[in-house]
Design a protein around this ligand. Structure first.
Ligand SMILES: [Zn+2]
Length: 315
């Protein structure tokens, strides 16, 4: 195959015949998901796009033959940040339906391994449900990942890298996001405006309710950002450097590439119908019936039968 599909990692740069080649190569599709949102006085509104897209492109340059990066989903769920000018919220249903539609389009064409690479914390509960639904409503496997979580794969990395306090030093426009943005697009950081900011409820020092990108308190109270931050900076941005951003970039790119390599060739786990008497109606909620699953190759067998019908291998 001399197709560009082998060497190009940007989905939108392929032609439709090359998409057929990319499907044949079994490429993993990465969908960066972010938000247009305030990130304090020193960072632009596009931090949550620039970070996951930059890391996805980094992995794409390393292992182009294994993956494609889709155009990012720019607008996310950020209704709690609307007291800060510039933030663009999309209703959570709009957001979820849009991302789900992207996964369904990919699955329909033949891409069966999809990664939602998130860059915005408050997208997580929404994208968790999207990735689950994509697994149940298509025959593809869809994984949710947040770029910063790849920094926890090597347990040595963060303790060596992080200087800010826990909890609260790394949350938003913080030591982490500011460092990575300084590395990826330093010209657009207002370096004279960098100032650390506290999350006011973290300062209460109670064990129940606190916030950090790398941990979760036992309880969850997410209300308006303007109630717990004056500047919109949640963390120790003053500890950020471009050098630390490069370390974060290299580590996240390395681990994402490792993950894609593992995920790409991992055989899909097979369903088994446990009913004694086969269901007599189609699966509700738009979910896939076992019958609907395989479209080529051998169908999974359940005691020689699938949904009560005799199994015949389809080509
Ligand atoms: Zn952010």
């Amino acid at each position: 195959m001399s197709s560009r599909a082998k060497t190009e990692y940007r989905y939108e740069k392929l032609t439709w015949p090359e998409i057929n080649d990319a499907i044949e190569l079994g490429k993993v599709c990465i969908v960066p998901c972010g938000s247009v949102e305030q990130h304090g006085p020193h960072l632009p509104l596009d931090v949550d796009i620039v970070c996951p897209q930059g890391i996805a492109y980094g992995a794409g340059r390393k292992i182009a033959e294994k993956m494609l990066v889709l155009p990012p989903v720019w607008y996310g769920y950020t209704g709690h940040v609307m007291d800060f000018p510039g933030t663009i919220n999309t209703n959570y249903t709009t957001f979820m339906e849009q991302v789900l539609d992207i996964t369904k389009s990919l699955a329909y064409h033949g891409f069966k391994k999809i990664v939602l690479l998130n860059g915005h914390g408050s997208n997580m509960p929404n994208l968790d449900l999207v990735s689950r639904r994509a697994c149940l409503e298509t025959d593809a496997e869809c994984v949710l990942a947040a770029w910063w979580r790849f920094l926890t794969v090597d347990p040595e990395f963060l303790p060596h890298w992080r200087e800010s306090k826990f909890p609260g030093g790394c949350a938003h426009a913080c030591e982490l996001e500011t460092s990575l943005y300084l590395y990826l697009d330093g010209d657009n950081v207002r370096t004279d405006q960098i100032e650390s900011g506290d999350i006011s409820f973290n300062l209460e020092g109670n064990p129940f309710h606190w916030c950090d990108l790398f941990g979760a308190s036992p309880t969850n109270l997410i209300s308006w950002t303007s109630t717990y931050s004056d500047s919109g900076v949640l963390g120790e941005a003053e500890l950020a450097t471009a050098e630390k951003g490069k370390e974060v970039y290299d580590e996240a790119v390395k681990q994402l590439a490792r993950f894609v390599t593992w995920f790409k060739d991992r055989p899909k786990d097979q369903r088994k119908l446990r009913h004694r008497k086969a269901p007599t109606m189609a699966m509700p909620w738009g979910q896939q019936s076992i019958d609907a699953e395989p479209t080529r190759g051998d169908a999974p067998k359940v005691n020689g039968k699938k949904n009560g019908k005799k199994v015949t291998a389809r080509k």
